[in-house]
Design a protein around this ligand. Structure first.
Ligand code: ATP
Ligand code: MG
Length: 255
């Protein structure tokens, strides 16, 4: 099996006002190429930290992150940036569309960053993605003139325009109502499947997680459980998630 990413005993500490916060305390798991991996866990369990490390934005304090077989420790800052740009796409909880640009222009920003210009093919691809995502009517609107759902779909198109090999999504529908969120995620899933793209998505929504190939459940900076949705039935996994074994060791924890 080929892996898009592998984490080995990853530790991440932040120093905040002289105190050390241990966001990750030895997390290990594999992300098989082409899989959809859902990351769940209570607030503060280290989910966003995991994505920041996997997307090579930050370096671990300890342990190892291996992307497509190469240890990130072996890459210098320039190769890290190039690798990010060439292989990864991102969808954030708050979409971060640029307000002064239209939807179409926002989708094309990763193309401009990579190639310095947007070819006619890239522009056609951007329109095709907006169309697939049901927001072609908003192509020439600016974010403030669009609904939250339209903005989030535009952000999904932007994440996919350069055909990344892996997409990282951190609660991509956190600010949408259930119905719009579900529709946007179904389209994201469809598009990544068509492109053979790996998807790693943080979500609080169990029903969305249950559509993944595997679920990683985090607690207190560690992997508490993981479920292979091909080896277990959805009903069985739903039951196990109901048991709520993975809860933080103490309430109001700051470490
Ligand atoms: N830049 C930072 N500086 C200091 N502490 C941080 C930083 N980023 C995260 N932390 C701390 O690390 C821990 C894990 O944070 P993280 O954002 O990864 O949690 P999360 O699982 O994504 O939570 P949520 O579901 O609320 O988004 C928390 O205790 C958080 O306060
Ligand atoms: Mg988070």
């Amino acid at each position: 099996m080929k892996f898009a990413a592998q984490l080995r005993d990853v530790v991440k500490e932040y120093v905040l006002d002289g105190e050390t916060v241990r966001a990750l305390r030895g997390a290990s798991f594999d992300v098989p190429q082409g899989d959809y991996v859902a990351i769940m866990g209570p607030s503060g369990s280290g989910k966003s930290t995991l994505l920041n490390l996997l997307s090579l934005l930050e370096r671990p304090t300890g342990g190892e992150i291996i992307v497509e077989g190469v240890s990130s420790a072996a890459m210098d800052p320039a190769s890290l940036a190039r690798f990010r740009n060439m292989t990864m796409g991102f969808v954030f909880q708050f979409h971060y569309l640029l307000p002064e640009f239209t939807a179409l222009e926002n989708v094309l920003i990763p193309v401009w960053i990579r190639y310095g210009e947007a070819s006619a093919e890239a522009q056609a691809e951007a329109r095709r993605l907006l169309d697939r995502l049901g927001v072609s009517s908003a192509a020439h609107k600016r974010p403030t003139q669009m609904s939250g759902g339209q903005q989030q779909r535009t952000a999904i198109a932007r994440a996919l325009i350069n055909r990344p090999r892996i997409v990282y999504a951190d609660e991509p529908t956190g600010n949408l109502d259930r119905e719009s969120g579900d529709a946007a995620l179904t389209l994201l899933r469809e598009l990544v499947r068509e492109q053979g793209t790996t998807l790693v998505m943080v979500t609080h929504d169990r029903e969305i997680a249950l559509r993944a190939d595997r679920i990683i459940e985090m607690v207190d900076g560690r992997v508490c459980r993981s479920f292979d949705l091909h080896a277990q039935t959805v009903a069985a996994v739903r039951r196990m998630l109901d048991e709520r074994i993975c809860t933080p060791a103490s309430h109001g924890m700051t470490q």
